[in-house]
Write a protein that binds this ligand. Structure first.
Ligand SMILES: [Fe+2]
Length: 489
């Protein structure tokens, strides 16, 4: 049974429905059109070919009747009853006029009123052999049947139906037709047995050319149609739907400023406008919520400043140094704005650190240090609802990460840390070294620069940003920067 199971499995995997389901919209439409045109094309081809066959065979029949009338004239003129003389007439007609006909002759027969054969032309060896091997190919009895028909109906001719025989020995298909006319002023019936091999070959050749032309035209037409429909579907349906899909995906990922804009067709434009309106409403709602939330954060910062006055001054200076470094490395204005806001609130999470730890004038023990280290995570949690300002929250969350991956809270490494957080990290360290605390005075700029230069290869900071920061401090006569920032803080 495994073979049967395999077959069932194969069928289920490769069923037509599944194949169809994996096709693109254009391919689906074109598959339906392809089979539709193919069906119509084959039906039309069969109908036209049938009509053509009938027409050619009708021509053969009429030509045979005309041919027999020619022989009839000779028979009437002879007025002889001698079978030998009659046979000569038939033989002569068969030999001399055979080349003018579209068909070949198997034989010509003259029958009497009783259906008996008076005389008939001799048959070729090939014909005798074929007839001898072909069941039912009794043309004399067919001609005898015509005698009865002509006597009964008084028609100008009889027969003309196409008969097919199969030669069992050679496998050859024999197509034939028997046509008979009454010979005027006599009791004779003149009958011709036609070999339609030539006619059938001509028909097949015409059919082949017709089918090749038809299916060639079909293939070219289909390819052109494919191109046109593919273009139309892409332009009118696929591209607009893709645009709607991209924008809705953007919106679902928090980019509420994404818009669909103009689309090509009214039906999809209606959908696009609805999505844009929905995004506008969401953006407005989120904006209002975030504005309110930012106000809450500012209040929290005020609370933190009241709890820890150093943090307010420190944050202002870190923001200033961060923006200076951001400008130094060519950040665009939008990024600089985010950088400033993020730096101002980078230590917001310290509001969750107990006062005795936050303001401890001496070194922190391990437990206290752990509490202090939790502030970036606390800040990130507080800022999480600000979905539009992800980078802004990342600054606070990762400003204690290190370039070498040994920082906290997530141990990010190198460029995994966003550049804004890497900038704030350097500005934060700089101010921690140079800023005054209640319990100690900040170190001199020269000493801080010297420490930073010595630590350049320690792996703590982004080497490029650190180098740019040191250059910035040196080039701008750092004390003046410091004075400016401390005053503004
Ligand atoms: Fe911090």
């Amino acid at each position: 049974m495994p073979a049967l199971q395999d077959m069932v499995h194969f069928k289920s995997r490769f069923s037509m429905g599944k194949i169809f389901a994996n096709l693109s919209l254009t391919q689906r439409v074109m598959t339906i059109i392809f089979f539709g045109i193919l069906f119509v094309g084959i039906t039309i081809a069969i109908m036209l070919e049938n009509e053509h066959h009938k027409s050619v065979l009708q021509q053969n029949k009429m030509q045979a009747v005309t041919f027999l009338y020619g022989i009839e004239r000779d028979l009437i003129e002879t007025e002889a009853n001698d079978p030998k003389v009659l046979n000569q007439i038939l033989q002569k007609a068969a030999t001399h006029r055979n080349g003018e006909l579209e068909f070949s002759l198997f034989s010509l027969s003259l029958l009497n009123a009783e259906g008996g054969v008076v005389t008939k032309t001799s048959q070729s060896k090939e014909h005798q052999m074929v007839m001898g091997q072909t069941q039912g190919a009794d043309f004399d009895s067919m001609a005898g049947h015509h005698v009865q028909l002509l006597q009964k109906e008084n028609s100008p001719f009889a027969g003309g139906e196409v008969q097919y025989f199969h030669d069992d020995k050679t496998g050859q298909k024999i197509t034939t037709m028997t046509v008979s006319i009454p010979v005027k002023n006599t009791d004779y019936i003149l009958s011709a047995n036609l070999d339609l091999k030539k006619t059938m070959a001509a028909i097949e050749q015409t059919d082949r050319v017709f089918e090749q032309t038809l299916f060639g035209s079909f293939a070219i037409g289909f390819l052109v149609l494919y191109g046109v429909i593919d273009f139309a579907i892409r332009k009118g349906l696929v591209n607009p739907i893709r645009k709607i899909s991209i924008v809705t995906s953007d919106i679902s990922h928090g980019n509420f400023s994404a818009r669909i804009g103009d689309l090509c067709c009214p039906e999809l434009q209606h959908l696009g406008t609805s999505v844009d309106r929905m995004a506008e409403n969401i953006e407005q709602l989120i904006s209002e919520q975030e504005t309110a939330y930012l106000q809450s954060l500012k209040s929290l910062m005020k609370a933190l400043e009241a709890k820890d006055p150093y943090t307010a001054q420190h944050s202002a200076r870190v923001a200033k140094f961060s923006v200076l470094l951001g400008k130094q490395v060519g950040l665009p204005p939008k990024e600089l704005k985010l950088l400033e806001k993020g730096a101002l609130m980078h230590d917001l999470g310290k509001i969750g650190v107990p006062d005795n730890v936050l303001n401890k004038p001496s070194a922190l023990d391990d437990a206290e240090f752990l509490q202090m280290k939790s502030h970036p995570v606390t800040t990130a949690k507080i800022m999480k609802p600000l979905s539009r300002f992800k980078e802004f929250a990342q600054i606070a969350a990762w400003h204690h990460e290190r370039w070498d991956g040994k920082g906290y809270p997530d141990g990010l490494q190198g460029e995994e840390i966003p550049i804004l957080a890497r900038i704030v990290c350097i500005a934060d360290t700089w101010d921690a070294m140079t800023g005054d605390r209640i319990y100690r005075k900040g170190m001199s700029q020269e000493k801080a620069i010297s420490i930073m230069e010595n630590e350049k290869d320690s792996g703590q900071w982004d080497p490029y940003l650190l180098q740019e920061f040191i250059s910035l401090i040196k080039e701008n006569n750092q004390p003046s920067i410091e004075m400016e920032t401390r005053q503004s803080a």
